[in-house]
Ligand binder design. Sequence first.
Ligand code: SF4
Length: 468
Amino acid sequence: MFEDIPVDVSPMYEGERIRAANMFVELSGPKSIGAELVQVEENVEDGKIEVIGPEISEMDQGEIYPFGILIEIQGETLEKELEGVIERRTHELCNYIKGFMHLNQRDQIWCRVSTEARDAGFKFEHLAKTLSILFKEEFPIIESIAVTVLTDKEKVEKFVEKAKEQYDKRDAKARELTDEDVDVFYGCVMCQSFAPTHVCVVTPDRTALCGAINWFDCRAAAKMDPEGPIFEIEKGNVLDDIKGEYDKVNEVMAEKSQGTVDKVYLHSVFEYPHTSCGCFEAVAFYIPELDGIGIVDRDFKGETPLGIPFSAMAGQCSGGKQVEGFTGLSLEYMRSPKFLQADGGYSRIIWLPKEIKDSIIEYIPEDLRDKIPTEEDATSIKEIRKFLREAEHPIMERLKESKADKEAEMEEAQPEETDQDEVSEFADVPVAPVAYAPEIAMPTSGGVKIIFKNAKIYAEKVIIKRKQ
Ligand code: SF4
């Protein structure tokens, strides 16, 4: 079937990583542009393959190029609603190709071709051919398929625009429904190949954290393939409608995560947040010093107020882990009225990148729009605190109340006197975890190992001493 393809094609290459040292070229990604799009069309010429722009053989080693993959499909029972789900499989199927690495989804794709694949004669026409074979194999309802690979800069720019319009249409449709309007949610375990305990719960109000699959997409996918990776979850009884806890969702989480996670709050970063695979568009993270929540997306290049970039944070909370204080989410979820509602929604958000803020500004309550700083206003905790105080962000009230509670508690407990010179500016912050770690292993003797899962480190005060 793959006789004409000069490299191996098999699911065993799915985890292959192409590092800079053995990379021939990079395609799309953070330093360029690109997108992937599946469209259900009429009159698709089956087997048609086209490459618009330079082929791999015409590219220069170590360079980064714009990149687009357009997949047009036709089939008697193919519904438009299946586009999102079929498109999401592009990630997995591209990664079957030895020497081709594909990350992320939609207009966030980031690909690499290895030097070894280039030397073997691998070209984009082979990528297109492989995809057309694999997609027909995976989805027998596809009767005709045509694949176009774009690398010409202008053509890719236009293609990305068109793709974004299509993504917007899909997302806007999902916004018409709320969690209360439906009796079933959906689960997706497509990412368990690299995050074995991760289960996405997709509801009308909570689009999948990869941002590529909404409730309608899941409904169409579950109908097409009830035994597939996307399945129906009966809502069952609501245990907490603000946190977004449902008894049947908990049951399914326990079953599909092999017992690792048996409780999940869909609309909170605290206690039992949604698990995170690694495909999330953004991460919500708790900032203990200010008792607020920050958001960072994968396009943001700088450091977050926690002092680490997106990539390091993603490393801490991905892989299917449930880590209190962190949750992966889609940017679309930030448009939902239920966005982290148990934590206070936007009134608890105290930092986010400007690009995200601009893209969702109309969904932020009007009275909060000027009160949430971006990297242009503040980056350190100290600067954020100053900004929040001056902007009269509601979190400052919350901090005062917590401080009053804490002082009352302290009075009752008759605390020891503190050396004021040593206490940092954070000393008036309420007791809150100052650090989280998904796992801490303690070295011990006697042939045993002690592992703390989801460890939270609390400190009654934070003392910062200048080094002598
Ligand atoms: Fe499915 Fe979630 Fe992975 Fe998206 S992130 S493909 S919804 S498991």
